[in-house]
Every structure is written in C-alpha cells, then in structure tokens.
Ligand binder design. Structure first.
Ligand code: CA
Ligand code: CA
Length: 320
C-alpha cells in the first residue's frame, strides 16, 4: 500500500512538473475579448489584440467556422468565401510566457449560440467522394439540446475546435492542427479540460475559435455543430517545461496529442509521449513502459478531416 501511495505521489508530481499548477494571481482580472479581432492564420508577425497575466480569466467571444456566412437554409454554400473559414479570436499575449514554457489554459465554461450549422460537401470528410448534393443543415440549439427536427434532439457537449499558440517557424492556417495546437477538433476540449500548450514565442499568443455545440470523435463529415460561442477560461504559465506538443488533462485522465498527415505516424508520436510519461512515472525501461502502454493506454482518433490528422493517447491516472 505504501508503495502505491508513493507511486501515486510520484505520478502527481510528474503531472504537475509537466503541465504546471494554476495559481490564482492575487490581483487576477477578468478580461473580455471581442470576436471582432480574429486571425485566419497564426505566425510570429501576428499582433496581440489583448494582454493577460497568469491567473487572469478571459471571456472570449468566438466566431463560427464559416465566419457567420451561413445562417439560413437558403444560404448557398457556393457563395461562401472559403478564405474566411476557421477564424480564431486573438492572439492574446500572456505576460511572462517565454519559449520553453507551458501555457496552461483551463476551460471553465462554453456558452453556445442559439443555432448551429453543419454541411455535407463534395470533397469534404471521410466519405468525401460519395457526397452528391451540397447540403446545409441549420440546427437550433435550445435547453442544452440540438434540435435535429420536430421529433428528435440530442444533448450538446460544447467543445473548442481551434485552440493554439504561435507555432515555431512559418505561420500556420487556423484550419491546420500541429504541435502548436490549432485545429485539433478534439471533443474532449470542453469545460473542465486543461489544455497545456508549448510556448514558442514571447507572450505565447493564445487564439481560439471554431466552437462546436457537439462533435463526435473523427468529425467524419468535416463539420461539428458549428456555432458562435463565449468561452470563459483561465490562463497560467509553467516555466521551463520543455513541452513539445499539446497535452490535455480532464477527469483524472491525461491525453497526449499528436497531429500528422499520416494517421499511423500521428499514432506513433502520441504513443511515444505516453510511453515516455510511463517511463518517468513508474521508473520503467522503455520496453516495460511500452508493454504497460499496450495494456492501459487508449489510442483515440480526434479528427480525420483536417490537413493533418489528430490522435490522442489517453491514460487514466487513477489506475496508476
Ligand atoms: Ca475544426
Ligand atoms: Ca468546425
């Protein structure tokens, strides 16, 4: 029993070292950020539209993924300007964040608009070649449910599609996920999720958008229930972690994110992160940790429809 308690303490310590602790700043502020200030790509030249200190709470308005161009069933998809898809509100400069640090983002709540939109388009999603007729589905959202038609509705599970920081190197479209975060389209990124992002530039430059009222793993048709939203979150900075790619924490689980054009390669990257974690947490050799990962890590698909595909390796910390 003593050994298990020591082991649990070591794992907790490792998690805290990796992703930091959220410490309420003595004078934390609530900062409102309008959806009027948005970017379609993020890079070193992007100028901040707001500044926050560690511990501050941000109330961020987000635009929907079509930049509000599709609002009624009569709208035609051909008239949508696809240079304006996936806007992200930001970037927001976080004081004290420097390259090599972790930006810690705690998602406190997501309030979605009263309507969402989904589309099926030729060339979009995992059955891209089978779509004959471009179709728009306008979905009212009422009492925390998506109204499919007069006979049926389903529960919302709001999540953030795009959340990231300025990447290393060249600017990246907000439609692409990568090691900086971005368009990860991961259903787990909802209220109660802690998103840990690697800081690549001073101020980190947080940006977010593309909220879905709900979305299944995979996002098979290429859209979730796309909607405007107001996201409330808290930011913090953990110094000198050397984090390389996004890590999520939620409900006593830790999730190692990886995006790559090849699904198997993405799976390899996420698996290796989980194995590295187990090596440190349990004091195991690579081979032992690899075996343990095969027993207790779950590899899950976040999305299959963006320029890079996103998978996650999940570990239940309560079982370790
Ligand atoms: Ca998306
Ligand atoms: Ca979306």
């Amino acid at each position: 029993m003593k050994r298990r308690i020591l082991s649990a303490c070591l794992i907790l310590t490792l998690v805290l070292v990796m992703v930091g602790t959220v410490t309420a700043a003595p004078k934390s502020k609530i900062i409102h950020v309008s959806r009027e200030s948005k970017v379609f790509a993020i890079g070193a030249e992007s100028k901040p539209i707001a500044k926050a200190n560690p511990g501050d709470i941000l109330v961020v308005e987000t635009e929907d993924c079509f930049d509000n161009q599709v609002r009624t069933p009569e709208d035609v998809i051909e008239s949508v300007d696809f240079d304006r898809v996936n806007p992200a509100t930001g970037p927001i400069y976080i004081e004290g964040a420097e390259p090599g640090d972790t930006l810690v983002v705690d998602i406190l709540s997501i309030d979605v608009a009263k309507q969402g939109v989904m589309v099926a388009l030729p060339g979009l999603g995992v059955l891209a070649d089978e779509v004959q007729n471009p179709t728009i589905k306008i979905l009212p959202i009422k009492d925390n449910r998506v109204i499919w038609d007069e006979n049926w509705s389903f529960t919302i599970k709001p999540m953030i599609g795009v959340i990231g920081v300025t990447p290393k190197g060249e600017p990246i479209s907000c439609g692409t996920p990568d090691d900086h975060g971005g368009n990860m389209d991961t259903a787990e990124i909802g209220a109660g999720c802690r998103v840990n992002l690697p800081v690549n530039v001073e101020g980190a430059m947080l940006h977010l958008g593309d909220v879905h009222a709900t979305q299944g793993d995979g996002e098979v048709c290429g859209t979730g229930v796309e909607c405007r939203a107001v996201v409330t979150l808290r930011v913090d900075v953990k110094k000198n972690t050397g984090l390389e790619r996004p890590v999520l924490e939620k409900d006593n689980r830790i999730m190692f994110m990886a995006s790559h054009v090849d699904l198997f390669t993405a799976t390899q990257i996420a698996t290796k992160e989980a194995v590295n974690f187990l090596m440190q947490a349990k004091g195991l050799s690579f081979e032992e940790a690899y075996i343990l990962a095969s027993a207790i890590a779950d590899i899950k698909i976040s999305q299959l429809v963006d320029p890079l595909l996103t998978v996650r390796a999940e570990l239940d910390l309560s079982g370790l």
